[in-house]
Design a protein around this ligand. Sequence first.
Ligand code: ADP
Ligand code: MG
Length: 690
Amino acid sequence: MPVQFIPGVGPRVAAIYKRLGIETVRDLLWHLPHRYEHEHSERPIGEIGADQVVTARGEVGATRLAGMGRKMRFEANLIDPTGRLHLTWFNSPFLRHKIHPGMTLRVQGKTKKYGSYMQIVNPAWEVIEGQQPVEARSERYRPVYPATEDLSAEQIDRTLQSILDEATALVDDHLPEVYRRERSVPDLATAMRLIHRPADEDDVRCARRRLALDELLLLQLGIALKRRHVKQHTDAVPLNTGGAIDEHIVARFPFALTEFQRAAIEEIRRDLAQSTPMNRLLQGDVGSGKTVVALYAMLAAVATGSQAALMAPTEILAEQHSFTVTDMLKGSRVRIELLTAALTAAERRSILERLRSGVVDLVIGTHALLSRPVEFKRLAVLVIDEQHRFGVHQRAELRLRTEMSGGVTPHTLVMTATPIPRTLSLTLFGDLDVSTIKGLPPGRSPIITRVVTPGKSREVYEYVARRIRENKEQAYIVLPAIDEAGGGGLKDVRSHLKALEEGWFAGLRCAPIHGRLKRDTRERIMHRFRARQIDVLVATTVIEVGVDVPNASIMVVEHAERFGLSQLHQLRGRVGRGSTKSLCVFIGEPTTDDGTARLDAIASTGDGFIIAEKDFEIRGMGEIFGPRQSGSTSLRVADLRTDMALLNMARRDARKWIEDDPTLSRPANALLRRRLMEQYGDGLGIADVG
Ligand code: ADP
Ligand code: MG
């Protein structure tokens, strides 16, 4: 039923609900509280003592913003006829747009005696409109809902409470009673009632556990279904990499493989020998040497008469891969082509034609590789490099892979230098096998990392200039924008390049590199940088992934507080690739807690795995998963940072479930199947399973 027909709602309020994504009573039931408050009876301010959790109401007197930078705080006075309470919020300067003198507020928090007056730091607060009677409020554990300016958490609470009993009576449970008992979770209706109307924390915990298990179980069931489906319905070309072929391939590499590279290769060889497609994630820190492992897989395809493709996230990286691979395969019969958006129509047509007829063995490109007209005679191995933003393109890729590869499903190797935190990879990529390259190839010296404020710029650039002049080292200077127009007040490549050339870097050979340069210009610059004819690249984050120039041993990142943690780590990975002691300087001045946490983290470790876990802690999973509409997941209650045990249980249960009823077609599973398809039919591409 549309929320409009709930007594007291009506079309006007329904329109506001719609903006919150709530159209029906069912949506409303799923609008879950984001926190709870112990509701105490309000007390006159004059009666409040120190060190108590209290609720008080009053009128806002003077407000002010005080302090600077990280210490910025917003202060307000709360006044009632009996006294005055001092409120302070740290790190919330935006409150000055929300809390104004004259408003009536209800606040809750712990009091502290501060000089002569009583203070609450970071109180919970809400605006009270009109005359809500004080005594109408009972002592309860009150849910607080995500709200908007036009629709208060209180209003949502009232409406929900008015329909809760009637609505939950209609909720069907998709989990059988036996299973619920086994796992000690309440039925769905009870869980919904408890989450919206708990008596205490225990009720909330109990309800949360059921709802979180639900989400995780559905996701794991989806993954298990898909895994089974893929195993049964796809054919891949089994690739034999027996002794001679193996030796041949390895002989092409200009160095001895590390133990971990060899181990990853063994795992891949085993996968390739099967007629079910390989679906493997190769993770290894920046610079750990993933490229040769991928090249091995591709050459295994070529050696047995099939084709291979390598897809990179940027043109620069595709160009570089093409350069490296061509170099390693010099003198062999392997025919390699580079397919990027920058080709002329005629060049492109020619490559496409030769891919279709099987003349080209190995193609390297960007996402352009996935566009419709690309077809292969027989694509046996597909490598996707540096795909750390999974989920977004995944679906399209999956669909295309089989269509474009000549009837067979290619063995797929996905590489990432942003190691997916353990928890996350389990959940999202339950259908991926994982190989890990630990450590770096021999002969690297660790990178020295420094985080400094802009005030130190002068020292930094003078030092960098000296090292370039005296040791013939090369450097990257990274900026967040290409030109002033895109900079929004930040430093940009164009002006900074000019400033450096006219100042500290006078006489050094500097060049810009960014996404808006023409391909041949870009290639020429990269080529000259590699050949040491350029000393300094002033760049945007286009150099973030994959770029590999061992003599470049210095990096300076401006406005470092603007970049994500994984991104900073990726950037830093551009240096430390040779034997020179590398230096990475992050110049930044964080204005948020997250920004501070990121810079602290990057300074404290060089280990990509630790960084990934920290990044996950700081950002939570929303951003790592990418846009919600990617359909990759929809975890609203479960939090992978804390629900690890539940996740493991869900995983085991899901596997067993699918073993017992491989397509979930038993009548007892009908509702479960329906809910699963509603949620993940599209996202996981399992709509037609069974
Ligand atoms: P990433 O894992 O970041 O993609 P690359 O594959 O680009 O790393 O490798 C980084 C650098 O290490 C390259 O210059 C590569 O030639 C070199 N390299 C890779 N494996 C070895 C090895 N076993 N011994 C020495 N150098 C290696
Ligand atoms: Mg790489």
